[in-house]
Design a protein around this ligand. Structure first.
Ligand code: HEC
Length: 110
């Protein structure tokens, strides 16, 4: 029974992703490269100023947790004084799209 539920849920997510979610690579290009760079290294003008991490670095990847990454993308990131460093995308991206972006970020690892 438990198994069956999982399978049904998985198929539903797959169907949903295929029907209307924009591919993660497109979302990355449109929304994220300005700061994080097309290559994920964060070596853009803005990225350098913000001191962004290099997502091709295996150590950086090892320090990042999937759920923390998803939270950062959904809710954004503020510095200690509460100033927004990265905006949250929870209102414009679905949960599946955010999950796909986390996987996309993982792919930069070399
Ligand atoms: C305005 C520049 C900007 C844009 C646009 C931006 N980010 Fe970020 N992002 C940041 C900053 C700044 C941080 C925090 C870095 C830190 O504190 O070390 C961050 C952190 C993150 C983190 C948490 C892991 C980390 O590096 O600390 C993830 C995951 C992430 N961004 C993904 C994305 C994704 C996916 C998008 C596009 C949907 C995106 N970002 C768009 C600036 C940006």
């Amino acid at each position: 029974m438990k198994h069956q539920l999982k399978l049904t849920g998985g198929l539903f997510l797959l169907a949903a992703a295929l029907s209307y979610a924009a591919p993660a690579a497109d979302n990355w290009d449109n929304l994220c490269t300005k700061c994080h760079g097309a290559d994920g290294k964060g070596q853009t003008k803005v990225g350098k100023k913000l001191g962004l991490k290099d997502y091709t670095d295996a150590k950086v990847q090892a320090d990042l947790k999937d759920d923390e990454m998803a939270k950062a993308i959904a809710e954004g990131i503020k510095d200690k004084s509460g100033k927004e460093k990265m905006k949250g995308y929870g209102s414009e991206l679905s949960g599946d799209e955010i999950k796909a972006l986390v996987e996309h970020v993982r792919k930069f690892k070399t």
